[in-house]
Design a protein around this ligand. Structure first.
Ligand code: URA
Length: 432
């Protein structure tokens, strides 16, 4: 078999065989197939798509490209959730402690920020001492003792996804349905959880901009998960507005802690409870309504906060920061952004808000960039709110006193209108 022929087959609109897909993935991971040939194949896939069978074969090849997570010795049912990425999305920091506090085991591998979207691992590293790189033995011990551990993606797990993702990022082939589905599901299946809930984001801050595309992505992922024998479902949730009020690493951890303490913003609480309820339902802990009530009780009673604090301590983090968020370092500089005119905030470009946060230092432009954990944006008004000209709509934070571009972006990406916008639903659909 030759890579040249596989590229030509897809370029001419053909359907790749499972053997061809295995050949390309195994060859890429072993270093026998070079980046330039994989780039050409990715572009051919981008233009010609993949059938469900091809996407499933690609997912399984990615899953099998490395080790499976060693979960031997972890007792009980294991669950995970995966978000397709958004702005202000700190749901993992709330949802996973909720379900772990109710007895579900969470052995979670999370990613770093990507493009305009944030990553759970970067957020957790903003807590003093928090170690995202614990040994496999310690990881399992923490999951058994606390119920929850969140670490960085192991290099031995689905290595094909790591390689492909980095290549897609620089070859303009990220926003493609079969490539996204196989990337998400390849690594989720390698983690080998019993139950998986996907949070498929849709809208201006998501990779999928329309509900129809998000539903197709959700259906594809759920179908693949079922073929692999998993209990899986997906919620399609709105990402036309940043989630909660805080964007940026420590700002988002603080908001997650406020939510775990019963003081979260309504949109974040609603999505977190829905996702936690869905996980508990897949784990057979009752009807959907009962599971939602269980999740709410875990939040209201402080049980989930205790589990989060226990995980932080077990992974070397300073637990005092969880009970006193004033201990998080604040940025040296702050700047208010004011409404240029009076009216209703009719809508925002959420991807633009994510990019403004990157400009303040909250994310990376290259892999080696250092993150400013205190940098980011606190929104004072959200779509639907009435603001007066000159009123503060957001505050920007950064350790470098360079706010001009971020401020311009925020103003340009905020639409103010005389018309009050219609209230949007947050949870748009469920795919089972
Ligand atoms: N998240 C992933 O894990 N992979 C993608 O391709 C896109 C979002």
């Amino acid at each position: 078999m030759r890579m040249y022929d596989i590229i030509k087959h897809k370029r001419d609109g053909g359907e790749l065989t499972n053997e061809e897909i295995d050949f390309f993935i195994n060859g890429y991971v072993s270093g026998k197939v070079p980046d330039y040939q994989v780039s050409a194949l990715l572009m051919a896939i981008y233009f010609n798509g993949m059938t469900q069978r091809e996407t499933t074969a690609l997912t399984f090849a990615i899953r099998d490209s490395g080790d499976k997570l060693d979960t031997s010795g972890i007792s009980g049912i294991r669950a995970d959730k995966h978000s397709t990425g958004g702005v202000g999305d700190k749901t993992s920091l709330v949802v996973m402690p909720i379900v772990a506090s109710l007895g579900v085991k969470v052995a979670k591998m999370s990613g770093r920020g990507l493009g305009h979207t944030g990553g759970t691992i970067d957020k957790l590293e903003s807590i003093e001492g928090f170690n995202v790189d614990v040994s496999a033995e310690r990881f399992k011990r923490i999951v058994n003792d606390v119920g929850l551990s969140i670490v960085g993606q192991s290099t031995s797990l689905a290595p094909a996804d790591k390689l492909l993702y980095a290549l897609r990022d620089v070859t303009a082939t990220v926003d493609n349905m079969p490539l996204i589905a196989s990337s998400i599901m390849g690594k989720k299946l390698a983690a080998d959880d019993d139950c998986i809930v996907l949070d498929v984001k849709t809208g201006s801050g998501a990779f999928m901009k329309t509900v129809e595309d998000s539903r197709r992505l959700a259906e594809l992922c759920v179908e693949i998960g079922k073929k692999a024998g998993k209990k899986i479902s997906a919620l399609i949730t709105d990402m036309n507005v940043p989630l909660g009020n805080n964007i940026g690493n420590s700002l988002e951890v603080i908001e997650a802690i406020q939510t775990l303490s019963g003081n979260g913003p309504d949109d974040l609480v609603e999505i977190c409870l829905a996702l936690a309820g869905e996980i508990l339902f897949l784990c057979d802990m009752g009807s959907r309504n009962e599971c939602l009530s269980l999740a709410k009780e875990a939040l209201d009673s402080g049980k989930a906060l205790k589990t989060f604090a226990a995980m932080v301590e077990a992974q070397g983090g300073n637990k005092n920061w969880i009970y006193n968020t004033d201990l998080f370092p604040t940025a040296k500089y702050a700047m208010d952004v004011c409404a240029p005119k009076s009216g209703y905030i009719a809508g925002v470009d959420t991807e633009g808000y994510g990019q403004a946060s990157l400009l303040l230092g909250a994310g990376r432009n290259t892999l080696s960039d250092k993150i400013d954990y205190a940098a980011g944006i606190v929104l004072k008004s959200k779509p639907g709110d009435y603001v007066k000209a000159g009123e503060v709509i957001a505050t920007l934070y950064s350790n470098t006193n360079n706010f001009v571009n971020a401020k311009e972006k925020l103003i340009a990406y905020t639409v103010i209108s005389d018309q009050r916008p219609l209230k949007r639903a947050l949870i748009l659909d469920r795919v089972e």
